[in-house]
Design a protein around this ligand. Structure first.
Ligand code: TMP
Length: 203
């Protein structure tokens, strides 16, 4: 059996990635693919418990990184690797790039420590395609504040934090041109949908 496709969605909070993730899952199912729609942190019963902790409780930045990767370890073992082995498509709302962007870029955790964790937890596993939804921080913050009544621990961060997260994401995109597609998230949803259809046709 051929290996399924693995697509991750990334971007700063408020960039609109989760809306597009839902659209993509629906689109791929309409194309006849078997799709596993999932997210990080989360995606398993244990991972969702870790998500609750991560989004609410203050913690050391290394604890935060380790818990993100602990949730990811479980997610890969229980959900992602088995689905890909069955030839299914995995469409994941955030994956390992988020750890580099948020814990590395945003919090300033040593990139090498994150690379070691990524090597340990993922080995060679990488998404086939990463869609990076990029928007100026000011626009993303405005969208976020309009849509979110009770912001979580990350959403409460200031613009300067998100500038660093965005810069790290853009660095990841520049360093991985074959895997990461940069999407201008300030476009209309219709335009973004058409763009995503074209990108999917090429993978
Ligand atoms: P969400 O906004 O996509 O639901 O993700 C929840 C938050 O978790 C988001 O603010 C980014 C953060 N996050 C990290 O800091 N590191 C990670 O590795 C992941 C997957 C998410």
């Amino acid at each position: 059996m051929t290996r399924g496709r693995f697509i991750s969605f990334e971007g700063i909070d408020g960039a609109g990635k989760s809306t597009q993730h839902a659209w993509m899952v629906d689109y791929l199912r309409r194309q006849g693919h078997v799709v596993v729609a999932t997210r990080e942190p989360g995606g398993t019963a244990l991972g969702e418990k870790l998500r609750t902790l991560l989004l609410s409780d203050a913690m050391h930045l290394e604890t935060e990184a380790l818990l993100m990767f602990a949730a990811r370890r479980e997610h890969v073992a229980q959900v992602i690797a088995p689905a890909l082995a069955r030839g299914e498509w995995v469409v994941c709302d955030r994956f390992v790039d988020a750890s580099f962007a948020y814990q590395g870029g945003g919090r300033g955790l040593d990139w090498k420590k994150l690379e070691a964790l990524a090597q340990w937890v993922l080995g060679d596993l990488q998404p086939d395609l990463t869609l990076l939804f990029d928007a100026p921080v000011e626009i993303a913050q405005r969208r976020l504040h309009a849509a979110t009544a009770n912001p979580d621990r990350f959403e409460q961060e200031q613009a300067a934090f998100f500038e660093k997260v965005r810069a790290a994401y853009l660095r990841i995109a520049a360093e991985n041109p074959g895997r990461v597609r940069l999407i201008d998230a300030t476009q209309t949803p219709d335009n973004i949908n058409k763009l995503l259809e074209n990108i999917i046709a090429t993978i």
